[in-house]
Design a protein around this ligand. Structure first.
Ligand SMILES: Cc1cc2nc3c(=O)[nH]c(=O)nc-3n(C[C@H](O)[C@H](O)[C@H](O)COP(=O)(O)OP(=O)(O)OC[C@H]3O[C@@H](n4cnc5c(N)ncnc54)[C@H](O)[C@@H]3O)c2cc1C
Length: 461
């Protein structure tokens, strides 16, 4: 059995960053990545590379990697705004309202190349990155007198031994769930069932006509209140060469029987007897926005040499609150597997990179005790904002979105983004007070780490 100080399950942003952190600090580290074929990474197997791949300015500082450090072909374009479109009202934000070291509103990137950059960076400092290495099972022996603490069994039958285990297998938690179950006095699915804790995300890479691409250039666009479900919305993210990622996220298993005001959602049709498929939602969005001037199928063709499969991709995305790790067992959960992706805006590369880096650095010392405090200190403010926003909009219907956008528009003079929700705006009229107070209440409820779904004290090690 091959042995390492640190074994990392999953080679996305969290896993590669963990390996980089561990190897930089002198540990032997291996990343075990099952390997996903992608049209936009034809030359080698790599990680799943999920994403719409937009990064906001202050995420750069959370990630702790500036785009200047990345190869030139990772960043596809700068962003200067986010547009939020309700059924009847809209809002354009030109600032996130959070100070940062990055000069623009944000950027769009080529996610597969971003992952390759993180992978190569880990290998350069001595980590081993294996693809085609699907982890099937982990056995942990805390009372061992000899041999490694963790034995990882691969689908090939091969075994890998390690003292520290970092779980970075993303929101599906194929390995994480089974490992954590060993240390929880309740069934792990009570709190982390995939249907409850994840959304489904679907996206298409489509080439836009010149005038449309010029109109969306520099913007990430979100349509809220257009389809039913908590934090369910379609988006357009421009990339390069007139191509945009057009996608959506929605809860898993939503039934139209539970939607009381179906007529209010522009992307539902009266004769729908079930929630439309992702591709149908995208078609309807494009028809709604551009159907008057264009023939959507021929003028917005799917670009088949991008993405995972023929220009389309379907993913799970974590939509839950983060979890602590059972550090006493020498185990850290990072990135999407720990639920650090925001349900509200889906951003998660920055928290994945940072939580991975912290876990890797600590893993190299052989002692993960500080991990749960360290990740909260590094990404806790961001998690708190995201959890609070997801709670605020939980019961929003289409008219609430219109109201929120109209209200927020009046507050734009106070800056954009999160500045709108500053306490001083409570005095800016009744609507503003309601908006700001609901955010403050949600933040208060989740304060001091209460956003954690499985705290460290729940683990029995
Ligand atoms: C459609 C969509 C749009 C998004 N848009 C954005 C965005 O614009 N900006 C942003 O910041 N974030 C975005 N996100 C979120 C972002 O993709 C995640 O937060 C990020 O990928 C989490 O990184 P990770 O390394 O934790 O997990 P992942 O990227 O999911 O990587 C996990 C890896 O583990 C591997 N794996 C799983 N099981 C095993 C196993 N048993 N053995 C070996 N390997 C295994 C997988 O193949 C995968 O490569 C989006 C997500 C989706 C789905």
């Amino acid at each position: 059995m091959e042995r390492f100080d640190v074994a990392v399950v999953g080679g996305g942003p969290a896993g590669s960053s963990a390996a980089h952190g561990a190897a930089s600090a002198g540990a032997s580290a291996v990343v075990l990545e099952k390997g996903v074929p992608r049209a936009d990474r034809p030359d080698r197997l790599g990680p799943d590379s999920t994403d719409a791949a937009g990064i906001l300015d202050y995420w750069v500082d959370i990630m702790d990697i500036h785009p200047d450090e990345m190869p030139d072909d990772v960043v596809l374009g700068e962003l200067d705004r986010a547009e939020f479109i309700g059924p009847n009202e809209s809002l354009t934000m030109r600032s996130t309202g959070i100070s940062s070291s990055y000069d623009h509103f944000g950027f769009c990137m080529q996610r597969a190349r971003f992952d390759d950059f993180l992978r190569d960076r880990a290998v350069e400092v001595g980590a081993t990155y294996r693809t085609g290495a699907s982890v099937r099972n982990v056995e942990t022996d805390l009372d061992r007198s000899e041999g490694p603490r963790h034995r990882l069994e691969l689908a090939s039958g091969e075994q890998v031994g390690a003292e520290v285990l970092i779980l970075a297998d993303g929101p599906q938690r194929q390995v994480t769930s089974g490992v954590l179950d060993e240390y929880l006095p309740f069934d792990v699915t009570d709190r982390l069932s995939t249907r409850e804790t994840n959304h489904i995300a679907y996206q298409e890479h489509r080439r836009l006509p010149d005038p449309v691409f010029e109109e969306v250039a520099g913007a990430i666009k979100f349509w809220w209140g257009h389809m039913p479900g908590h934090t369910a919305y379609p988006w357009i993210f421009p990339n390069d060469d007139n191509v945009a990622r057009i996608g959506l996220t929605m809860p898993i298993g939503l039934s139209l029987d539970d939607v009381s005001d179906r007529d209010a959602y522009p992307l539902l049709n009266p004769d729908d007897d079930r929630v439309p498929q992702g591709s149908e939602y995208i078609r309807r969005l494009l028809e709604q926005e551009y159907g008057d001037e264009y023939d959507v199928e021929s003028d917005f063709p799917v670009v088949e040499d991008r993405g995972k499969s023929d220009g389309t991709e379907t993913y799970a995305i974590s939509s839950t609150r983060p979890i602590d790790s059972p550090t006493a067992a020498g185990i850290a959960v990072v990135g999407g597997a720990m639920g650090s992706t925001s349900a509200f805006h889906e951003g998660g590369d920055h928290t994945a990179v940072r939580t991975g880096a912290i876990a890797g650095e600590l893993a190299a010392t052989g002692d993960l005790t500080a991990y749960n405090d360290r990740w909260k200190a590094a990404v806790g403010d961001e998690v708190l904002r995201n959890v609070a926003m997801a709670d605020v909009v939980r019961d929003y219907h289409p008219d609430d979105w219109d109201w929120a956008f109209a209200t927020a528009r009046k507050l734009l003079d106070s800056g954009g983004g999160y500045s709108i929700l500053k306490a001083k705006n409570i005095r800016a009229g009744f609507g503003a007070a309601r908006l700001v107070a609901s955010y403050k209440r949600a933040k208060f409820a989740a304060r001091n780490g209460r956003y954690v779904q499985i705290p460290e004290t729940d683990y029995v090690v």
